[in-house]
Design a protein around this ligand. Structure first.
Ligand code: CP
Length: 282
């Protein structure tokens, strides 16, 4: 069983995963007697450590591959690494990889949970975002969502769009033209949306430079435009944040519409639900 792309999940499977995540949040306990290895070939704080926390909560047998001291450094391929770990009796893998769709070659051979690949898929992020949105609105149906920023390089954008459109929500995107958006200032649009999600400028994926002040004024949230948000709207960011670029520091983290740390908290419970789904072949 795999959890690799939102496109491969049905609306019913997503709804069940959210329900289960919220049961775990309320205190449901589960012991998952399974082995799992975490292989992060790209940097990560939230995804790696919330999978780790979720694995501890589920009392799993966990192996963290230290990439810097591993045989990846000697040129061993990901497939050979997985075959060797599987031969040791490790049956499940959380993987983050720069290679888009790396998991397509592994289907039927390994149980893969995708911790993010290339610029197209970050399914566990989309699930925790959906759990956070569902928690606030009580539904994922017919919401209006704006995703702002570096949409061109964002796997978070693609996975969120894939998920929310399954529930008949509208997902618009905007940002600088150089990063895939329409280049229009967001301030006047903010009052049209239930959810506004800001994306990090991914400097590691391109060489575009922006003035911090100009970017935040036109494509970021700041004290001048935050009150344009609808009364019941929320704003999100997957992290890590470029402070004062995507969101002004004054709005981190105690603004009532700011759900960023709820996203992080829900990440642990969503990932518990994902590992149960994969390990129990649900
Ligand atoms: N949101 C997210 O994927 O953060 P990390 O890169 O820290 O895992």
């Amino acid at each position: 069983m795999n959890f690799v792309s939102i496109k491969e999940l049905s609306k019913e499977q997503i709804s069940s995963l959210i329900t289960r995540a919220l049961e775990f949040k309320k205190g449901t306990a589960l012991e998952l007697k399974e082995s799992i290895a975490n292989i992060f070939l790209e940097p990560s704080t939230r995804t790696m450590l919330s999978f780790r926390k979720a694995q501890n909560n589920l009392k799993m047998e966990v192996y963290d591959v230290n990439i810097a001291n591993s045989s990846f450094k000697k040129g061993e391929t990901l497939e050979d690494t997985l075959l060797n770990l599987q031969a040791m009796g490790i049956n499940n893998f959380v993987i983050r990889n720069t290679v888009e769709g790396y998991w397509k070659d592994f289907k039927g051979k390994f149980n893969i949970i995708n911790g993010g690949d290339g610029t197209k898929n970050h399914p566990s992020q989309a699930l925790l975002d959906a759990t956070t949105i569902y928690e606030h609105f009580g539904t994922l149906e017919n919401l209006k969502v704006l995703i702002v920023g570096d949409v061109k390089h964002s796997r978070v954008y693609h996975s969120n769009k894939d998920l929310l459109e399954k529930f008949n929500s509208t997902v618009d995107m905007t940002g600088p033209k150089e990063l895939g958006g329409d280049g229009e200032d967001i301030s006047e649009k903010l009052n049209q949306y239930d959810v506004v999600m800001f994306l990090r400028i991914q400097h590691e994926r391109h060489s575009q430079e922006f003035s911090v002040e100009e970017y935040n004024k036109h494509f970021g949230l700041n004290i001048n435009n935050v009150n344009n948000l609808k009364d019941n709207a929320i704003f999100l960011h997957p992290g890590p944040i470029n402070r004062d670029v995507e969101i002004a520091s004054e709005l981190l983290y105690d603004h009532p519409k700011n759900k960023i740390l709820d996203q992080v908290e829900n990440g642990v419970y969503s990932r518990m639900a994902i590992m149960e789904f994969v390990c129990k072949n649900m």
